[in-house]
Design a protein around this ligand. Structure first.
Ligand code: PLP
Length: 393
């Protein structure tokens, strides 16, 4: 008969890892939920004998529970939690580029990423090339340009274009380039870029990972321990690491990531089915639609189609009519919280991009982006249909 020691159990599934991160590990009182460690500093035994923690910018027990769980969920060898998604992106640029290096990025990446890359390029810190990452000639461009760093964001923001991570990683590695994937739009529940060949993953944890729109935060995870150490070094040196309080909240959000994301995805599929074919729509972007150009690729490299949708109502005037009177979608930046949101990318999230850059990226004045929340799907669909009727008027 097998003893408890000899009964082999399978490794816990990701949803279990997310929910149980750090539970029941408190050595002091056996608290089930790990307590928050707000102390900025930790006592030394002697001047040359420090404990596992010394100063919270460098390391903190609450942050460590979160970073270890997220490294595991992204199949990485180490992670750091930053005070914003842009903090994580900043850490990558310091760790992975040297002065004058070429960075290749998608022309429709998040506006804040573009703003940072563009500002650094203008100062001569890096060189920047923007490209359409859905172009079949992308791998040839990588061979020709020989960048040091290839920045991937898939699905892209706001047009939900899908990039083939494995193909980009193969072409990039062939010329010695590193690949960073911004996985914010899907979360580790729906896509794991390190498993597809990316070297580093970044997230704005502000979005799905926290999921409650009450923390600004970021995450950087590396596939190799040495790279993870270097990223952590830069996060500490630049002062990018997240506070214990923010980590505590994100850890609480993480516990429900998988069921939340399931509900988000179901609702998105429901509202797309309800609004598809409405005469006010000149375009509908959602990778779950069979006629979306990235549908087959998304089905292959993602574990679900996500809950971000964008559509075009033809003009800014029509977009304004759509927005006036919505009941269950708040007009606001950001995404990935339990509440449904709508934004006008051209005037809001991507306003830092000048009009010609927006036009090149395919951002039109009638484009609206939805982050579908976990409210009752029928309420969301009815709200959108009423808005589309107004847009037509
Ligand atoms: N990456 C993507 C795809 C985003 O949408 C955002 C923010 O909207 C960021 C990065 C930046 O994250 P944060 O706002 O947490 O700095």
């Amino acid at each position: 008969m097998s003893t408890p020691e000899t009964i082999r159990q399978p490794e816990p599934q990701p949803a279990t890892v997310a929910t149980r991160a750090g539970l029941a590990t408190d050595p002091a009182y056996r608290a089930v939920v790990p307590p928050i460690y707000l102390s900025t500093n930790y006592a030394f035994d002697d001047i040359d004998q420090r404990g596992p923690f010394d100063y919270s910018r460098s390391n903190n027990p609450t942050r460590q529970i979160l970073s270890e769980a997220l490294a595991q969920l992204e199949f990485g060898q180490g992670a750091e939690i930053t005070s914003s998604g842009l903090g994580a992106i900043t850490a990558c640029l310091h760790s992975l580029t040297r002065p004058g290096d070429l960075v290749l990025a998608p022309h429709d990446c998040y506006g804040g990423t573009w703003r940072l890359l563009d500002a650094l390029a203008r100062r001569g810190v890096i060189r920047l090339e923007l490209a359409d990452f859905t172009d079949p000639g992308l791998t040839e461009s990588i061979e020709r340009l020989r960048p040091a760093l290839v920045w991937v964001e898939t699905p892209s923001n706001p047009l939900l274009r899908i990039t083939d991570i494995a193909a980009v990683a193969e072409a990039s590695h062939a010329v010695g380039a590193q690949v960073v994937a911004d996985n914010t739009f899907l979360s580790p529940a729906l896509q794991n870029p390190l498993r597809l060949g990316a070297d580093v993953v970044v997230h704005s944890t502000t979005k799905y990972i926290n999921g409650h729109s009450d923390v600004i935060g970021g995450l950087v995870v590396a596939g190799q321990a040495e790279r993870a150490e270097d990223l952590r070094w830069w996060c500490n040196a630049l002062g990018l690491t997240a506070s214990a309080f923010d980590c505590y909240l994100v850890l609480r959000g993480l516990r429900t990531l998988f069921p939340r994301v399931r509900a988000h995805c179901d609702n998105a599929a429901h509202v797309v089915a309800a609004i598809a074919g409405h005469p006010a729509l000149t375009a509908l972007h959602y990778p779950g639609l069979a006629d979306h150009p990235g549908h087959a690729l998304a089905a292959r490299q993602q574990h679900g189609f996500g809950a971000m949708i964008s559509f075009d109502v033809g003009s800014e005037a029509a977009a304004r009519r759509f927005l006036g009177g919505l009941r269950h979608f708040s007009l606001a930046e950001s995404l990935g919280g339990v509440e449904s949101l709508v934004c006008h990318p051209g005037r809001m999230t991507h306003a830092a991009m000048p009009p010609q850059v927006q036009a090149a990226a395919g951002l039109t004045p009638g484009l609206l982006r939805l982050s579908v929340g976990v409210e009752q799907a029928e309420d969301l669909a009815a709200d959108l249909l009423a808005g589309l009727d107004r847009a037509l008027a």
